[in-house]
Design a protein around this ligand. Structure first.
Ligand code: FE
Length: 225
C-alpha cells in the first residue's frame, strides 16, 4: 500500500504513512464549527471532573449511530394492521415500542401523531435538532438546517411542496415543534392498494421522511407508475 502511494507522490522524500500525492488537503481541525469545539471542550471537562467516562460517551455515540428508521417503520406497519395496537401507540409510543421489543431511547416522551384525510402533521425542532433518534436514527441534515427550522413554521405548505408533497385543499396542516422532552413520530396514512401485503412488506413502504411528515409512504410496487 505504502509503496504505491509513495510512487504516486513522485518526487520528494517518502514519509511514513505515505501522504505524498494525496489528491485532497489533509483533514485538520481548522474548519471546525464553534459548536463542535464547544462540545469537545465540554466532554473534556466532564471527563476530567469524573461526571462521565470516555467509554460512556463512546458507547452512547455507538448506540446513536446504530439506530435506523426501520424501527419506526415497524411501529407504523403494526399500527396499520392492528387497530388496538394503533390506539396504544397513539396513547403512549414509548410503551408501544417496548411492546415490540424496540428501544425507545432516553427521551422522556415520544408522541405518535396520526395523519388522516383531514389532518396532516409535520415535525420540526425550531430550536435545534430534537428528534426521536432511538426510533428513527440520526436526523437528516436538512432537518437541522436553519432553512427548514424557520420555513417549516413560516411557510409549511411551501416546504412540503418542495418535498414533492402537495396537500389537498381542506386538509388541516399541523406543524409540531419538538423539544428535548417531547419528540414526535408521525403515523402516516396507509397507502391505497396494499390490502394484501404482510406487516413486514408494509414496513418496507414506510420511509423516514413519511414519519417526519414531509412525505407520504411509498406506494406498493404494483401501484407505482
Ligand atoms: Fe432540538
Amino acid at each position: 500500500m505504502n509503496g504505491s502511494r509513495e510512487q504516486r507522490g513522485g518526487g520528494g522524500s517518502p514519509r511514513r504513512g505515505g501522504d505524498q500525492g494525496h489528491p485532497h488537503a489533509p483533514i485538520t481541525d481548522a474548519g471546525e464549527p464553534p459548536a463542535a469545539r464547544r462540545a469537545r471542550a465540554l466532554e473534556e471537562l466532564l471527563v476530567e471532573k469524573g461526571v462521565v467516562s470516555r467509554e460512556d460517551v463512546r458507547a452512547h455515540v455507538d448506540w446513536l449511530v446504530s439506530r435506523t428508521p426501520a424501527d419506526g417503520a415497524r411501529l407504523v406497519a403494526r399500527a396499520w394492521v392492528d387497530p388496538a395496537f394503533k390506539t396504544r401507540l397513539l396513547a403512549d409510543a414509548r410503551a408501544a415500542a417496548l411492546e415490540l421489543g424496540l428501544d425507545p431511547g432516553p427521551s422522556p416522551i415520544v408522541a405518535a401523531v396520526e395523519n388522516t384525510d383531514e389532518v396532516h402533521h409535520m415535525v420540526v425542532c425550531t430550536l435545534c435538532s430534537c428528534y426521536p433518534r432511538a426510533l428513527l436514527g440520526p436526523p437528516p441534515a436538512w432537518y437541522k438546517s436553519l432553512a427548514y427550522r424557520s420555513r417549516a413554521v413560516s411557510d409549511p405548505r411551501g416546504v412540503l411542496r418542495e418535498f414533492g408533497l402537495e396537500l389537498a385543499e381542506g386538509v388541516e396542516l399541523r406543524v409540531l415543534d419538538s423539544t428535548a422532552d417531547l419528540r414526535y413520530l408521525v403515523l402516516p396514512r396507509r397507502p391505497a392498494g396494499c390490502e394484501a401485503m404482510s406487516e413486514e412488506e408494509l414496513a418496507g413502504l414506510v420511509t423516514r421522511d413519511s414519519m417526519i411528515g414531509v412525505a407520504e409512504p411509498l406506494a406498493p410496487v404494483h401501484a407505482r407508475g
